[in-house]
Design a protein. Structure first.
Lengths: 299, 318
């Protein structure tokens, strides 16, 4: 009984951490740029693919095993560096200030393009990089065994969330970003270079997506179609938590992560749509998500 | 006088319908099929347009598309009902009814929240459909061949006859919709789009208009789903998947909310791009579709319909 509870809790926590890293980028980008980015899932997949490509190269160089984490970070960074100028400067900038739904559609189009880009670059075969997962050994909880790498993901999620929150609230550049979130026009008048803030924010979002992808790569087989589930699940998280809210993303990821883990163990039939139930249920009681403040209405 | 006639919705539609029916005889079979599918998608797009007039965009029209398709399919396989006209009509009514039931739940939401909640509905349905093995699970099932008023057409004419039926039924629906758009609730929807609060202060209910629009959109989506299922001869849960819903949104954005025929033109464009890229670039058709989407949003952000409207306004002023 206690074992089962612990299993659900740990599985849920691991799943929630993964979900949180993806959703954090999504919700941050929405907060700053007011763009709900469907292509976020595509960036996630690119992160996974680039890790699956770079890590075997790293091992063939014969460097110390621990440095593989650095390789994974670099691969996520590389994806963000390549994708940000193309997406933000190249395409999305043309649509700022337009209807939200129109921009969602544009990112949907980018998502479609990214899907095929993956196929063109990496082909249809599955890639495997399970080596980093063995790096941290296994941990024992009573009668349960957990892979250390999986549990380390929880730490990574907490680090990402705290780091972003601290940068936003405790540093000058973070406060500038908050000002831009609050009112881009006034911030612009005060001398903030809004385009630069947008670019940086999008970069952070893309990096978080790619990071989630690259650290998930050792857990899964990297193949065509891994981005589809990510899109919808991270959407559900940010909708539950309230768009643009970091604490909201934490709660949303935890709710969905735990609900999903409970379902897997107790009611496997419902696994596929449990998160939609969570999302619909939350919206019925809090139409704008958990952490969305009151907004002035224009009469 | 002729100009006045030219501006009459009824006349325009009859003219377009007869033109399409005649043209259908001369074009190759694959194009007939593509146009039929475009009409099916256009019907769903028309539903989104109806919502868009009230300022809402649904990202989950796959929900009603799927319900319509499965209604027609299950009536065909389980109840032995194969009359295409009847199936389309029943799907329209039934899905509209389902829409009426869930509309009050959705009508409280706006913008992206409406889009996401409707998406949640469609994905729940998707999750359920792929789990029910009795109706094929994720493989779906095959529909029996359609009949028309008791007659089963031979294989070579079946596509054309379905095409004619869909052109006529869609024509009728389009005429009715045009009248609805210009009626009092139809015009209130436009006001809701501009400023909901003022509409409420003036004594109309934005909620009621939204419920009505959603119900109509659901019925249209159901009819489109049924038509798509009948045309393909096959139904699967992919009908309700979010990428399918995304295509519907694209059709309505490309068309804009001003014109009814523009929706079908947009749907046809999408179908043509899809079939051509699927044929010549089978591995990268999504890439081509995506680039097409981006370019069309960049170059015609207000939709094909705005061209039409300008054209007709010029005609009227002459």
């Amino acid at each position: 009984m206690i074992d089962e509870f612990l299993t659900i809790f740990l599985d849920g926590a691991i799943y929630a951490s993964w979900l949180f890293i993806v959703a954090l980028g999504l919700t941050f980008v929405f907060g700053v740029l007011k763009i709900l980015n469907i292509a976020h899932g595509g960036i996630y997949a690119l992160g996974a693919y680039s890790t699956a490509t770079l890590v075997p190269i790293f091992y063939s160089l014969g460097m110390p095993d621990q440095l593989v984490i650095v390789t994974m970070l670099i691969s996520a960074l590389a994806v963000a560096i390549v994708i940000t100028p193309i997406m933000e400067r190249g395409i999305l900038r043309r649509f700022y200030g337009q209807d939200e739904v129109l921009i969602v559609l544009v990112t949907y189009a980018i998502y479609l393009v990214l899907e095929d880009v993956q196929k063109i670059i990496w082909g249809m075969n599955s890639l495997y990089v399970s080596e980093p997962r063995e790096l941290l050994g296994a941990l024992e909880f009573g009668s349960l065994y957990y892979v250390g790498y999986d549990l380390a993901l929880i730490g990574l999620a907490i680090f990402c969330g705290l780091f972003l929150w601290l940068v936003l609230n405790k540093t000058k550049s973070g406060k500038i970003v908050l000002a831009v979130i609050h009112n881009p026009e006034i911030s612009g008048c005060m001398g903030v270079n809004i385009n630069k803030v947008y670019l940086a924010a999008f970069f952070v979002g893309a990096f978080l997506a790619a990071l989630a992808g690259s650290f998930t790569a050792p857990l899964i087989s990297v193949q065509v179609g891994i981005s589809v589930a990510v899109v919808i699940e991270s959407f559900a998280v940010v909708i539950i938590g309230g768009l643009g809210s970091i604490p909201g993303a934490v709660i949303g990821a935890l709710i969905i992560g735990m609900a999903r883990a409970a379902c897997v163990h107790k009611l496997p039939e419902a696994e596929i749509f449990i998160m939609y139930f969570c999302m619909a249920g939350m919206l019925i009681f809090r139409p704008k998500g958990l952490f969305q403040g009151a907004q002035a209405r224009k009469i | 006088m002729p100009l006045k006639l030219l501006n009459n919705v009824f006349f325009q539609s009859i003219f377009l319908m007869s033109l399409l029916v005649v043209v259908g005889i001369f074009i190759p079979n694959w194009l007939v099929f593509v146009i039929t599918k475009a009409i099916a998608y256009g019907l769903v797009g028309l539903g989104i347009i109806t919502l868009m007039r009230g300022g809402l965009v649904s990202f989950g029209q796959g929900f009603v598309f799927g319900i319509g398709g499965y209604t027609a399919g299950l009536l065909g396989t389980q109840a032995g009902l194969t009359d295409a006209v009847l199936l389309l009509f029943i799907s329209f009514i039934f899905t509209g009814f389902v829409g009426l039931i869930i509309a009050p739940l959705l009508a409280r939401y706006r913008d992206i929240f409406f889009a996401m909640l409707s998406l949640a509905f469609s994905m729940v349905l998707y999750g359920i459909l792929i789990k029910i093995d009795a109706i094929g699970g994720s493989d779906g099932f095959v529909l029996p061949e359609s009949t028309y008023f008791g007659i089963k057409p031979s294989k070579e004419y079946a596509d054309y006859i379905l095409y004619v039926v869909s052109v006529i039924m869609t024509g009728i629906v389009s005429i009715l919709l045009r009248y609805y758009y210009d009626s009092t609730p139809g015009l209130i929807a436009l006001a809701v789009r501009e400023n909901e609060l003022r509409v409420e202060y003036l004594g109309s209910s934005a909620f009621n208009v939204t419920v009505l629009n959603f119900t109509i959109a659901a019925g249209l989506g159901g009819m489109g789903g049924a038509l798509n299922g009948i045309a393909l001869g096959h139904i699967d849960p992919e009908f309700t998947y979010w990428t399918t819903s995304g295509e519907f949104v694209f059709i309505s954005i490309l068309a804009g909310y001003l014109s009814v025929p523009a929706v079908f033109l947009a749907a046809l464009l999408l179908e043509l791009v899809r079939s051509f890229s699927g044929r010549y670039f089978p591995d990268t058709w999504q890439l081509i579709l995506g680039v097409f989407l981006i370019l069309s949003i960049i170059f015609i952000p207000s939709g094909i319909g705005s061209f039409f409207k300008q054209l007709f306004d010029k005609l009227k002023n002459k």
